[in-house]
Ligand binder design. Structure first.
Ligand code: FAD
Length: 387
C-alpha cells in the first residue's frame, strides 16, 4: 500500500488545509444559525478546485485520485463537517453521472457542480424506510419520450437548497427489487416538485428534508444509465462515498482532539495543568489512536478503489467505524472540557450532533456490518432477505 500523494495531490491537500483553517474553522459555529450554505463560499471552493477534483478534466475536475479527494474531505470536514457534504455529494453523484449519464447531460451539469455553482442531492430513501432501499416505491412511468415521476423521497441531504437530484425510481415491478429501478437527473425547479426542511438535531446548514414529485415530466435524455440499472449504479458509488464519509467525520473529530490536547496544557487543577493527570491524557490518547487507525482504514479503502481492487468490505467497515469512533472521540473531548464543554459556546457539542447524523446517513452500523458479513461468508449472511 502506498498512501503518499504526488505533487498535485499534496498541493490540493495543502489548499484544502488552508481553506479549512482560514475560511471554515473560525466560522463553523456561526454557520449553524442558517439552514443553507453560503453560495459564494461554495464558489470559492470551486475556484480552488476543492469541490470535485476527482471528476474527469472534461467535466471540470482534474481526474484526481480517490485518495486525494479523501484528503480534501478530511481537511474540509475538520473545518466544517457540513460544508464537506458538498465534496461528499459531488463525488458520489458526480461520479455516477460522469460514468453513466449521456455526455450531453454530464457536460450540462458537472462543470457547474465542480465550480461550486450547483448543489446536487441524492434521492434514494423513502418515508417507509432507507435500509431496505431496493424496496422503493417512487414511480416513473413512460409517456412518449418522457417519464412521469410520482412519489416522495425522504431524508434527503440539501433537499431545501439543492439544484438537482439524482433520483432512484421504480420503472419495473416491485418484485423485481433492485433490477426494476432506474436513475434520473431531475431539476429541482421543475414544475411539480416541492420540498420541506426537517427540524434536525445537527447539520442545520445542510438542510435535510423531503422532496415530493407530483407528475413531474422528465425527458428520457435525463435518464442516468440503463433502465433497471439505477439502483445498482448508485450503490456502486456508495463504496466510494462510505470511505469519504468516514474521513469527513474523522476530520471533525481531529479538530476536537487537537483543541483538547491544547486545552489540557493550559487549564489548571490541583496546582498544575490538567495534562499532568493520566486520567485526563489516557482517554485522549485512546481517542487519538482510534481516530488515526480508522483514518488509515479509510485511506486503505480509497487506495484499493484507485487500484481498481475490490473494496466493498473495507468501505462498509469504515462507514461504521469512522462515524462511531468520531462520536466517541468528540464526546470525550466535550467531557474533558468540563462544564465549559457542555456549553454551546464551544464547538464540541455541535460536532457531536453533526457527526451523529452520519452514523445513520448512507447506511447505519447494522447495514454496514451486514455487508461485512456478506462479503466475508457470502449471501448466507443475509438469507432473511429471501423470506
Ligand atoms: C444526516 C442524514 C443524511 C441523509 N442523507 C440522505 C440523502 O442525501 N439521500 C438519501 O436518500 N437518504 C439520506 N439519508 C437517509 C439514510 O440513508 C437512512 O436514514 C438510512 O439508510 C436508514 O434508513 P431509515 O432511517 O429509514 O431506517 P430504517 O431502515 O427504518 O431502520 C431503522 C433501524 O433499524 C435497523 N435495521 C433495519 N433493518 C435491519 C436489519 N435487517 N438488521 C438489523 N438492523 C436493521 C437500522 O439499522 C436502523 O437502526 C440521510 C439520513 C441522515 C440521518
Amino acid at each position: 500500500m502506498q498512501f503518499e500523494f504526488d505533487a498535485v495531490g499534496q498541493a490540493i491537500q495543502e489548499a484544502a488545509r488552508r481553506f479549512a483553517d482560514e475560511k471554515l474553522l473560525p466560522y463553523y459555529q456561526s454557520r449553524e444559525a442558517v439552514d443553507h450554505f453560503d453560495r459564494d463560499l461554495l464558489k470559492e471552493m470551486g475556484d480552488l478546485g476543492l469541490v470535485a477534483p476527482d471528476l474527469p478534466e472534461e467535466y471540470g475536475g482534474i481526474g484526481a485520485s480517490g485518495l486525494t479527494q479523501g484528503a480534501v474531505i478530511e481537511e474540509i470536514g475538520r473545518g466544517d463537517l457540513n460544508i464537506a457534504y458538498i465534496q461528499l455529494l459531488g463525488s458520489l453523484i458526480g461520479g455516477v453521472i460522469a460514468q453513466f449519464a449521456s455526455k450531453d447531460l454530464a457536460t450540462e451539469y458537472l462543470p457547474k457542480l465542480a465550480a461550486g455553482e450547483l448543489i446536487p442531492s441524492l434521492g434514494l430513501t423513502e418515508p417507509r424506510g432507507g435500509t431496505d432501499a431496493a424496496n422503493l416505491q417512487l414511480r416513473a412511468r413512460k409517456d412518449g419520450g418522457d417519464w412521469i415521476i410520482d412519489g416522495e423521497k425522504a431524508s434527503i441531504s440539501c433537499a431545501n437548497q439543492a439544484d438537482f437530484v439524482l433520483v432512484a425510481a421504480r420503472t419495473g415491478e416491485i418484485n423485481e427489487g433492485a433490477r426494476g429501478i432506474t436513475a434520473f437527473l431531475i431539476d429541482l425547479n421543475a414544475p411539480g416538485v416541492s420540498r420541506s426542511n426537517y427540524n434536525d438535531l445537527g447539520s442545520i446548514s445542510v438542510g435535510r428534508g423531503s422532496i415530493w414529485f407530483d407528475s413531474v415530466r422528465v425527458p428520457d435524455t435525463r435518464r442516468v444509465g440503463d433502465v433497471g440499472m439505477g439502483f445498482i449504479r448508485v450503490m456502486q458509488g456508495f463504496d466510494y462515498s462510505r470511505a469519504l464519509i468516514a474521513l469527513q467525520c474523522l476530520g471533525s473529530a481531529r479538530a476536537s482532539i487537537d483543541e483538547t490536547w491544547s486545552y489540557i496544557t493550559d487549564r489548571e487543577a490541583f496546582g498544575g495543568p490538567l495534562a499532568q493527570f493520566q486520567g485526563v491524557t489516557f482517554p485522549l490518547a485512546e481517542a487519538d489512536a482510534q481516530v488515526r487507525a480508522a483514518r488509515l482504514l479509510a485511506y486503505e479503502c480509497l487506495w484499493l478503489r484507485d487500484q481498481g481492487k475490490p473494496h466493498t468490505k473495507e468501505a462498509a467497515m469504515v462507514k461504521w467505524m469512522g462515524p462511531k469512533i468520531s462520536v466517541d472521540a468528540i464526546h470525550q473531548c466535550l467531557l474533558t472540557h468540563g462544564h465549559l464543554g457542555y456549553s454551546r459556546d464551544l464547538p464540541h457539542q455541535q460536532r457531536l450532533r453533526d457527526v451523529m447524523g452520519l452514523e445513520i446517513g448512507d447506511g447505519t452500523a447494522q447495514v454496514s456490518k451486514m455487508i461485512v458479513a456478506r462479503e466475508t461468508v457470502g449471501r448466507v449472511a443475509i438469507q432473511y432477505a429471501k423470506k
